[in-house]
Design a protein around this ligand. Structure first.
Ligand code: HSE
Length: 406
């Protein structure tokens, strides 16, 4: 019998308890052992929950209980989660987590600690909710030199953009729905402004390229500036707007990495990733292109990934899974402004003729009483900004500037 504890009984923690209980027969068969939930740690009590009798409030009970071999951390954040994770690993227990913030910020250190204690630190649920991506990337694709990873990595913002685009609802209304469905972060700014997707692309880049990439080094733009006008223009020009996390290996061996809204051509598979779904495209030198798709957020899909890690940890109680990366490499992250993109630009107080005087090769130029929108040639952000600045010096007002995924 393998006993475990869940830390944090929020959306994901509750889901893990439910999946472990409802799918016990399947899970035990795959683990070739009986997996038993012994404790749930939370500061609250849950008298109505079928798991009420397992709730405790003191982490040291778990830390000092030799029967507990696996700790599931679904607290989230960096402070308490980091402390408990470290203490659990030091006590010789494997830790399974959905906490992308902790993995992105302190993953290298916690993996190292797990290695020293000959236990596992597993985090399949930290990226893409229920989508298998950590194992495929580190095992099935491990014979490839990875060239690029591009993905819709945040279910909440994808749900919001889809509702805005398909149904014309306001961002705030769609966010409320996402919160009601259990998709959003406790502080939804982590979704809307991009940090959640940033943490996820960092984890994928860490795994693909072998170095820790600090989320603070990643250019991160959110969706709060996206309007119905952008969506309508994108649609008319044959695109949909998606918040993408993207990391690209350069010829000099460094990487470009960013999170930002992109116009995605309708015919690209990522354009079809709607609602809470996530899609992750990995390009490798042998595999060419492969895409992973599924529910990127939500109680049970995320719990599915956590529970699978529990099974894996139970099967590897005294051996290690080789998921790894090293510390930061200086200058590994190159300047995002050097990336070459076509841009969709929307300017107020500016005519099509004025645009064409500065951007003579502009395409899909659309002049309306409120704005003129157009698509630039491929160029660096710096070059495009310089030209936009010239128009602004003559009175134009920049309303939006969105990259195009070519
Ligand atoms: N808030 C996250 C999302 C949860 O919407 O994708 C899953 O990581």
């Amino acid at each position: 019998m393998v006993k475990l504890a869940i830390l944090g009984f929020g959306t994901v923690g509750t889901g893990v308890a439910e999946v472990l209980s409802q799918n016990a027969q399947t899970i035990n068969a795959h683990a070739a052992d009986t997996i038993e939930l012994k404790y749930i740690l939370d500061i609250r009590d849950f008298p109505e929950s079928p798991f009420a009798d397992k709730v405790i409030h003191d982490f040291s009970v778990i830390e000092n209980d030799p029967e507990i071999r696996i700790v599931v951390e679904t607290i989230g954040g960096l402070r308490v989660a980091y402390d408990y994770t470290k203490r659990a690993l030091l006590a010789g227990k494997s830790v399974v987590t959905s906490n992308k913030e902790l993995v992105a910020e302190r993953g290298a250190e916690l993996i190292k600690l797990a290695r020293e204690k000959n236990v596992n630190y597993l985090f399949e649920a930290s990226v893409g909710g229920g989508i298998p991506i950590i194992r495929p990337l580190t095992q099935c694709l491990s014979a490839n030199d990875i060239h690029e990873i591009t993905g819709v990595l945040n279910g909440t913002t994808n749900y919001i953009l889809t509702r805005m685009q398909k149904d014309g609802v306001a961002l705030e209304t769609a966010l409320k729905e996402a919160q009601e469905n259990g998709y959003a972060e406790a502080n939804p700014s982590a979704d809307i402004d991009g940090p959640d997707a940033c943490r996820k692309i960092c984890i994928l880049a860490d795994l693909a390229f072998g170095h820790h990439i600090a989320p603070s080094a990643v250019t991160t733009e959110g969706i709060s500036g996206i309007t119905q006008q952008d969506m309508q223009y994108a649609k008319d020009a044959g695109y949909v707007i998606k918040l993408l996390g993207r990391v690209v290996r350069r010829d000099d061996g460094r990487i470009n990495i960013l999170v930002a809204p992109h116009l995605v051509p309708m015919e690209r598979p990522l354009a079809g990733v709607s609602g809470v779904f996530n899609g992750i495209v990995v390009i490798g030198n042998a595999i060419d292109e492969v895409m992973f798709y599924g529910r990127g957020a939500g109680k049970l899909p995320t719990a599915s990934a956590v529970a699978a890690d529990v099974i894996d940890a139970a099967k590897h109680l005294v051996s290690r899974k080789f998921i790894d990366w090293s510390d930061d490499a200086p200058d590994f992250v190159a300047d995002t402004n050097e990336m070459i993109y076509r841009y969709c630009v929307r300017l107020g107080n500016c005519t099509a003729a004025q645009v064409l005087a500065v951007f003579p090769h502009a395409q899909s130029v659309t002049e309306t009483p409120e704005y003129t929108a157009f698509i630039t040639d491929p160029a660096s952000a710096r070059d495009v900004e310089r030209k936009i600045d010239r128009l602004c010096a003559d009175g134009a007002v920049q309303q939006s500037r969105i990259r195009i995924l070519d």
